[in-house]
Write a protein that binds this ligand. Structure first.
Ligand code: ZN
Length: 248
């Protein structure tokens, strides 16, 4: 019933915006940063929020990179069903944008073009002195040392650390996409991470749908809530879309 309702909504929409969090990537094997079994309770002297702060990065880059290489720089993963369906919907003209809190680049790997990465990406790294860009492999291969540019400058991943502001252009683009969306699908996020909940206030479209295993602060404002895995839901909806459309 919930799946059928979502299928109808998707069929009747042409400006879908998808907003996703860590739960979208867990099906690809990337651990949920904040979930149980996530990064907490592990072999580091500081909590992740401390290590992943701008201050810590500048003061203790060795320790930052030990953690970053170990827990964040995950390169041997593939897009899952959720990423693939969203890329397909964009190509079919149903979906206008993906807004993500994830930094793994899996939406682009699946073929999505219009992706707003609120928290940056592990796939971009730049020299803090001269601005030269480096691929993630360069960070991975600079084993146990702090990655440095040819100019000697410290290289920083283009991910938003604690204490750092979000990219204003990406925020504006996200707001614009949300404000003109007819269907908004929010998935795999508890909506407690800045600026998720604030962005959703710009939505003026018909239906707000939430796909998340746990309750969120936005549950009361949603038209439809599905408590299941994102990839499972989107695959089922996409299959139903194709079945019904080929029948007519
Ligand atoms: Zn440099």
């Amino acid at each position: 019933m919930a799946y059928e309702e979502l299928t109808t909504m998707v069929r009747e929409s042409s400006r879908i915006v998808f907003f996703g969090g860590a739960g979208v990537s867990t099906e690809s094997g990337i651990p949920d940063f904040r979930g149980t079994g996530g990064l907490y309770n592990q072999q580091y002297d500081y909590p992740p929020e401390t290590i992943l702060s701008h201050t810590f990065f500048t003061r203790r880059p060795e320790e930052f990179y030990r953690f970053y290489r170990d827990k964040m720089l995950i390169l041997n993963v593939s897009p899952n069903a959720a990423h693939r369906v969203l890329a397909k919907w964009e190509q079919e003209g149903r979906l206008t944008a993906v807004i993500t809190q994830n930094i793994d680049g899996l939406h682009q790997a699946a073929g999505s073009k219009n992706v707003y990465e609120l928290h940056g990406s592990i796939h971009r790294n730049y020299c803090t002195s001269c601005g030269k860009f480096y691929p993630p492999e360069y960070i991975a291969e600079s084993n146990s040392v702090v990655p440095r540019c040819a100019c000697g400058g410290l290289i920083k991943p283009d991910v938003v650390l604690y204490e750092e502001g979000l990219d204003q252009q990406i925020l504006e683009n996200s707001v614009r996409a949300i404000a003109s969306a007819d269907l908004m699908i929010v998935a795999g996020t508890s909506l407690t991470v800045y600026p998720a909940a604030g962005l959703l206030r710009y939505f003026r479209g018909k239906h707000l749908v939430l796909i998340n295993r746990d309750a969120t602060p936005m549950d009361d404002s949603c038209d439809l809530i599905i408590r299941d895995r994102v990839g499972v839901v989107l695959s089922a909806v996409d299959a139903a879309l194709n079945t019904k459309e080929s029948d007519t």
